[in-house]
Design a protein around this ligand. Structure first.
Ligand SMILES: NC(=O)c1ccc[n+]([C@@H]2O[C@H](COP(=O)([O-])OP(=O)(O)OC[C@H]3O[C@@H](n4cnc5c(N)ncnc54)[C@H](O)[C@@H]3O)[C@@H](O)[C@H]2O)c1
Length: 671
């Protein structure tokens, strides 16, 4: 073992050190979280300090109380910067982590990946993506959790409350090693202001979907979903064989998720114009080749786009500036635009997710903390302008969709012209138009895996295995899913060539239940036979068939009135937990905002054993099919077909099917 690994292990085992760590300066080169609003009363600030000091040995309270008070005043939160570890946090190979339980070691690897400087959006503030998607609330929670994971056995379960490790509790080998909840609150206290207060007090956090569940795999996770969304949007607009060649897609955001848009558009063969106000976010994406060219001049950008449109070149062009300025320019100069969307972080409109037009990035950041009321009004005014420009471009032929960032919801709340006269929004959400009917209803969702050897050769082998399994299944796939199967085969064949890995050796693949189980089984066999050198973690984004109840996104194509219930997401996690998941998580918030969504997920370690095979079969089957069953009960046609097929294939599966009523009968009723 080399010295670095030895020092790393010793530091992990130490947890919260008894002596105070050296105070280190904040690195200005890192992308830091914006200053959070000062929301606590004086009494509440005292409470926040008392809460934070619970993690710190009493002899340091005098010094740390002062330091935490400064952090609270300066940043609006207590991150405990002094407790940042000195070692680099990254997805090392599994054997480098100190652990008595392989499952716990794999969880350490996964959460480390979420905090890697190359992966996380604001690593020092423990934020992985989406502006506020937290892994932990502070560094003491990180240290304590790592120590618990290092020491625990397969007969214990670690309980995490919004990043806080409540402790290890005796359990059994088949139980999850970790149960995570993030932002679970009493429903009447689930407003954005409640979140700000509880988060500032240090008692709750926003886990987004894959941040607080340790399942984030960098922007690759979303590239695949974005590629199929853009390709299918082009099919909706230009017909089955339309394609993206010579088509312009205009959008915004080069952050954690949004940064996938330019890459995905190029993979789909089109031209992406993407606005981003934060120069650091542009730099990060440009340096890694996720966006091809950067412009500050709109004339030059437009000229380049029009040329690419004429020659059919696939290219991505970033505009360093506000998306509203870009859209207004395109409208005014009559630049042809085919597709449009938006991926600013509107799930968090007033806390740094959306930067209003008409002021610089720096001015926005200042106003947000110094005059939140004025900032709120500036955001609303900007959204009204934003929608006006979108309406102008769609009147000239652009196909626009809401990309799951609460654009429709927040524009509506801001008084923008976003509603149709007959009610409802002018534009569909991408789930209503594309993801729901073509993917979720059939069980296709963002399945993913991570090679714990952290060796690219293992990832290449898993790609080959997955391709083989998909090609085998595609032979007998029914006609209604043959397009999805084809796109997936294309994706996995191309994936390595596009250098999508940032952080852990991970791959995403939108597979259905049959595909996920077949691939997982084949991986487990390959681990047993030594063709893959170390265990593999399976998981998924919560943004899936069964994982998320979110009426403006994942469940926006549920039309039986149950879109505002959350039974599916909660049942899904409970079912995963007793069917063999290695860890499970349940979150409030994620994607569209605190109080707007309940979502959950799992991680499952494959170690080549018969036990792992038993678990994967039982758990993956439930994890996909319970959501299809719910979608089928909501009378979604694809889901009724899919669950009907599954019942024929799976003994013991009996799903309640809806009796369909003739609409003419209902329409004629005297009600
Ligand atoms: N489409 C999906 O499948 C999907 C999945 C997950 C999340 N989302 C949602 O998409 C949104 C973006 O996610 P993210 O992880 O990229 O967030 P992020 O905060 O990392 O990135 C958003 C970027 O938008 C930029 N921005 C904000 N206002 C702007 C403006 N007016 N003009 C130009 N740039 C502006 C910000 O500087 C930031 O870099 C979130 O609301 C997220 O919940 C969508």
């Amino acid at each position: 073992m080399n010295m670095d690994t030895e020092a790393f292990r010793a530091a992990v085992m130490e947890g919260i050190p008894s002596s105070l760590p050296e105070k280190r300066p904040i690195d200005p080169a890192l992308n830091h979280a914006p200053v959070r609003r000062d929301v606590l009363s004086r009494e509440e600030k005292k409470l926040a300090l008392r809460n934070a000091l619970r993690y710190i040995p009493a002899e340091h309270h005098r010094e740390m109380a002062r330091e935490f008070a400064v952090e609270l005043k300066r940043y609006g939160r207590i991150y405990m910067y002094r407790y940042r570890p000195e070692y680099p946090i990254t997805a090392r190979s599994l054997d480098a982590f100190p652990c008595r339980s392989l499952q716990a070691g794999a969880i350490m690897l996964m959460l480390s990946n979420n905090l890697d400087h190359a992966v996380a959006q604001h690593p020092d503030e423990l934020i992985t993506y989406g502006g506020n998607g937290a892994v932990f609330q502070n560094w003491a929670q990180y240290r304590l959790t790592m120590k618990y994971l290092a020491g625990m056995t397969d007969k214990q379960t670690l309980v995490l409350y919004s990043g806080h490790p409540l402790g290890l509790f005796p359990s059994h080998g088949d139980a999850p090693r970790v149960v995570v909840t993030n932002g679970m609150v009493i429903p009447n206290y689930s407003s954005p202001d409640d979140y700000e207060r509880m988060n500032a007090l240090g008692v709750s956090q926003y886990g987004q979907m894959t941040a607080g569940s340790f399942m984030y795999i960098g922007p690759q996770g979303i590239v695949h979903g974005t590629t199929i969304t853009v390709m299918n949007a082009a099919r909706l607009k230009f017909g089955k064989h339309g394609g993206m060649k010579g088509r312009i897609f205009v959008t915004s955001g080069l952050g954690g998720m949004s940064g996938a848009q330019p890459k995905a558009t190029v993979i789909a063969g089109g031209i992406c114009l993407v606005a981003e106000v934060n120069p650091k976010a542009i730099e990060a994406r440009h340096a890694r080749g996720w966006v091809d060219e950067v412009y500050t001049d709109l004339d030059r950008l437009a000229e380049r786009a029009v040329t690419a449109r004429e020659t059919g070149e696939a290219v991505s062009l970033a505009y360093q500036g506000n998306v509203v300025d870009l859209l207004e320019y395109l409208l005014e100069h009559e630049i042809p635009v085919d597709l449009g969307s938006d991926q600013t972080s509107l799930h968090n409109p007033y806390g740094g997710g959306y930067y209003p037009a008409g002021m610089s990035f720096g001015e926005s950041v200042r106003m947000m903390s110094e005059d939140p009321g004025q900032f709120r009004e500036a955001v609303k005014a900007s959204l009204r302008r934003h929608v006006k420009a979108v309406n102008g471009l769609t009147a000239r032929g652009m196909y626009f969709w809401d990309y799951g960032n609460a654009f429709l919801l927040e524009s509506g709340r801001a008084g923008a012209d976003i509603f149709r006269e007959e009610g409802g929004y002018r534009y569909p959400s991408y789930v209503q138009a594309i993801m729901g009917p073509l993917f979720f209803d059939y069980g296709f969702g963002p399945f993913r895996w991570v090679c714990t050897s952290s060796d690219p050769a293992d990832l290449a082998e898993t790609d080959r295995i997955a391709l083989g399994e998909l090609e085998r299944i595609a032979v007998d796939a029914p006609g209604e899913i043959s397009g999805q199967m084809e796109d997936n085969i294309h994706w996995i064949r191309e994936a390595e060539r596009h250098s999508l890995v940032v952080g852990s050796q991970a791959r995403i693949l939108y597979a259905d239940s049959q595909g996920r189980i077949a691939i997982a089984r084949a991986f487990n066999r390959a681990i047993r036979e030594g063709r893959i050198s170390a265990p593999v973690v399976l998981g998924r984004d919560h943004h899936d068939v069964s994982g998320t109840d979110s009426p403006y996104r994942e469940t926006s194509n549920i039309y039986d009135g149950s879109a505002f219930t959350a039974d599916m997401a909660v049942q899904n996690v409970i079912g995963d937990a007793f069917r063999g998941a290695t860890w499970v998580s349940l979150h409030n918030g994620g994607g569209v905002g605190w109080g707007e969504v309940i979502n959950g997920g799992f991680g499952l370690l494959l170690d080549g054993s018969g036990e792992a095979e038993r678990r994967l079969e039982m758990m993956l089957h439930w994890d996909v099919n319970n959501g299809i069953a719910r979608r089928s009960w909501a009378r979604n046609e694809g889901a009724m077909q899919a669950i009907g097929r599954e019942m024929k294939r799976t003994p013991g599966l009996e799903v309640t099917m809806p009796s369909l009523v003739d609409d003419a009968l209902i329409e004629g009723m005297d009600l």
